[in-house]
Design a protein around this ligand. Sequence first.
Ligand code: MV4
Length: 453
Amino acid sequence: MFRKVLVANRGEIALRVLNACKELGIRTVAVYSEADRNSLHVRFADEAICIGPPRLSDSYLNVPAVISAAEIADVDAIHPGYGLMSENANFAEVCRASNIKFIGPPPEVTRLMGEKEKARQAMKKAKVPILPGSDGIVPSVEEAQAWAKKVGFPVILKAKAGGGGRGMRIVRSTDELPNLFHAANAEAANAFGNGDLYMEKFIDDPRHIEFQMLADEHGNVASLFERECSIQRRHQKLIEEAPSLQVTPKLREELGRTLCRCLAEIGYQNAGTVEFLMDANHELHFIEMNTRIQVEHPITEAITGVDLVKAQLRIASGDRLEEILPGKLEIRGHAIECRINAEDPRRFIPSAGQISAFNVPGGNGVRVDTAQYAEGMIPPYYDSLIAKLIVHGCDRAEAIAKMERALSQFVVQGVETSISLHQEIFQDAGFRAGKFDTGFMERFLTSRAASGE
Ligand code: MV4
């Protein structure tokens, strides 16, 4: 096992990784920006190194600054958490060249999955179901017309370098296509420095379901089942749950097995998530793969009993899955996560400032992952996630009851938070019945606005 690990992140995930290291007897090094001097990830690490001014590009996203800190502290490995350096293949390559283990997949695999149309072809080759669409990049409006005719409208144009919904356009007819093609191309070129597009059949109001995978460095792969992530607004997830009510044991088993074979073929290593859209026929279609630990990993930890971050550390140090995982993986109960953001629950404007009161709920089946505390500061430079509230019950009804109880005991004063929004969603009959898709939040917010609340 590693002697010393640098955590190249901040906030709750930095603390989550530090905790896993501590429990494995690994020494920890935090890096921090000038805005995070008084953060818990700094306080709880064995060593901490300031890497620059508050802005992300000057600190947490500054490759030379992070690598210099790793060399000064003489660490064996770097854990990137999520976001920031986590899916940066160039960073992983610099780590490799500096003899520092990057805790994640090899840069070649990260690069493959980052090129969405190549990921799509790799999945197709391994018999993972993909949506009808183009074979690779669509180079011109003429070829886009030809593919659209073959696939049938509506189609969606996506940026090969994309993610987060940027550079995407839904196309419903032939005459719309030229303008939307040029718009997507320009937006992608501007956002990602690469305007290349590919095409898929468009699924109206899909569910978003993702499979958690673990792969060791000896060719073994395991599926840790799925998460349902359809409750989102503008590509920001708000609530996730595991398992999905819509995935049958047969589908879970078969797709899990296919994905294990696929990731072994690709040479995948460490933790990863394969994202799918579920259509009205309850069929799953691959859309993309995330080559990192995800924000919502704790719900999978709750239902499987596997510590995913410790698994990442052990995999990266060479352990085999059979040493890490129980003999048979099984789903126990139901877990739900609410992302608590420091933002106005009506208009979603980030709310930075000093926290004056902070009470975190607890009790059986309640977990809170946060790096916040009373008197803590929420700087304006970073994302607005201040806590993840995770509950685990014997079934979905118990998990919902626990979440409502826990939300009512979660007190944050000094900044605005999304706690009251979560409480409203948990009152919604459709949500309670499990009847929702990726269009849920938009409809929910529209009807709330119309009712004048
Ligand atoms: C789609 C889709 C419908 N059909 N692809 C949005 C972000 C990107 N990761 C993929 N996205 C979508 N791709 C096809 N062929 C609908 C979405 C989509 C979406 C997907 C997952 C979660 C929330 C979403 C919200 C709007 C659109």
